[in-house]
Design a protein around this ligand. Structure first.
Ligand code: HGY
Ligand code: MN
Ligand code: MN
Length: 409
């Protein structure tokens, strides 16, 4: 059955594959650290007889045959890429839980009707190239050539170049698209990344809906001038403009709705010398809500503010949409299966929304999805302090083992 010790070993091993040892987990898509994590997971998959393959987008799979080879697959997993100096559980907990479920199925000697696929996705965070949920979007919508050659990391390397260097062929990325009906269900276990479960003393969160997300990159242009000789009224200061817009984004998000959130997490100033008036500022905007009409309204208000600030300060701007995913509901039948299993096993659970984005919100366009949360200590995530008890991940894996057996039979 599900063994906590194996979950601990997997997660402690994966946590070592980081570009920032001692400062949390930094494991960007298509990097040496990710290669180490993939190698470890492939070895674990092979050791329990899974057929290992990588799709054209770079998603890694461990496939367990079913009695009916052509039957739609029951897919379970999450992502192994991280944010900068993130924690060891975001994404990895769901990958490891899926692997551990495959181990348990092997040990139980259970044969299922449907094939089962453990999936390890990449670039879910978008922390390297800016547009997240890449692995799941590659399976559902397909990735556009513009995204492959037009999105860059901080060194200016495009997604296509990074994939090529990683041994993948970016020109074939659209071959990763899955046929409608080819996936029976997608199950994702994830850390909550918030305070609700811990505060309620509840072990499991069964997610009913996932917020919609927009990720935008704005560039504001003014003109570089001498910081000493240029009179204030004559300046076209891109950073002053950006700061007015950023403050407005915070106000707009606070006023839009009780669950609306708006965040500016990245900001680059050029030329970036203390004695030069900033000529160009690029910043990210991430805004989310459970209702699409609120997201649309927030977008309109931010755009209006941006135009007004730039008009008044004689600045120009560009608006680049990097990600737009609407809110989704998870599959009620899967909610019921998991809730029933929790009751049977006497594990506390609660139904709840997800304020974080997950691959499940994209996979929902291809198949019914389930998303299950386990508690985050102090509600912390996307930081080195991120922590979830291994026992809680094991409880979640037990429930998903029940769900897989119910769905794949
Ligand atoms: O940003 C998110 O919500 C997720 O952690 N990628
Ligand atoms: Mn994350
Ligand atoms: Mn995640």
């Amino acid at each position: 059955m599900i063994k906590v010790e194996r979950i601990r070993k997997d997660l402690e091993t994966l946590a070592r594959f980081t570009a920032t040892p001692g400062k949390g987990v930094t494991r960007m898509a298509f990097t040496p650290e990710e290669r180490q994590a993939r190698d470890y997971l492939e070895q674990e998959m092979r050791s329990i007889g899974l057929e290992v393959y990588t799709d054209a987008a770079g998603n890694l799979f461990g496939r367990r045959a079913g009695r009916e080879p052509g039957a739609p697959v029951v897919m379970l997993g999450s992502h192994i890429d991280s944010v900068k100096s993130g924690g060891p559980f975001d994404g990895a907990a769901g990958v490891v839980a899926a692997l551990e479920i495959a181990r348990a199925l092997q040990e139980l000697g259970k044969e299922t009707v449907h094939p089962i696929e453990v999936v390890v996705m990449t670039e879910e965070e978008g922390a390297r190239f800016g547009s997240g949920l890449y692995g799941s979007r590659a399976m559902v919508d397909g990735i556009s050539p513009e995204e492959m050659t037009g999105t860059f990391d901080e060194e200016g390397i495009s997604k296509a170049e990074a994939m090529r260097a990683f041994g993948l062929d970016p020109d074939r990325v659209r071959e990763a698209v899955r046929k409608p009906g080819s996936v029976k269900a997608f199950l994702e276990l994830h850390i909550e990344q918030g305070p609700i479960l811990e505060a309620a003393g509840t072990k499991i969160g069964i997610v009913e809906s996932i917020v919609g997300i927009k990720t935008i990159f704005v560039t504001i242009n003014g003109s570089a001038d001498h910081a000493g000789t240029t009179p204030m009224p004559m300046r076209r200061d891109a950073l002053v403009g950006a700061s007015q817009v950023i403050t407005a984004i915070n106000r707009i998000a606070r006023e839009a709705g009780e669950n609306t959130v708006g965040t500016v997490g990245m900001l680059q100033v050029k030329p970036g010398s203390s004695n030069v008036v900033p000529a160009e500022v690029k910043f990210s905007i991430d805004f989310r809500d459970g209702k699409n009409e609120v997201i649309e309204r927030v977008e309109r208000e931010i755009k209006k503010e941006l135009a007004a600030v730039c008009e008044a300060a004689n600045l120009t701007y560009t608006w680049e949409e990097a990600l737009a995913v609407p809110p989704v509901a998870t599959e009620p039948k899967i909610i019921d299966i998991v809730a029933e299993a929790a009751r049977r096993r006497n594990i506390s659970y609660r139904l709840m929304p997800s304020g974080a984005g997950h691959d499940a919100m994209v996979m929902a366009r291809l198949a019914p999805v389930g998303l299950l949360f386990v508690p985050s200590r102090g509600g912390k995530s996307h930081c080195p302090e991120e922590w979830t008890d291994y026992e809680d991940i094991a409880l979640g894996a037990e429930l998903y083992l029940d769900a897989v057996l119910a769905l794949a039979q």
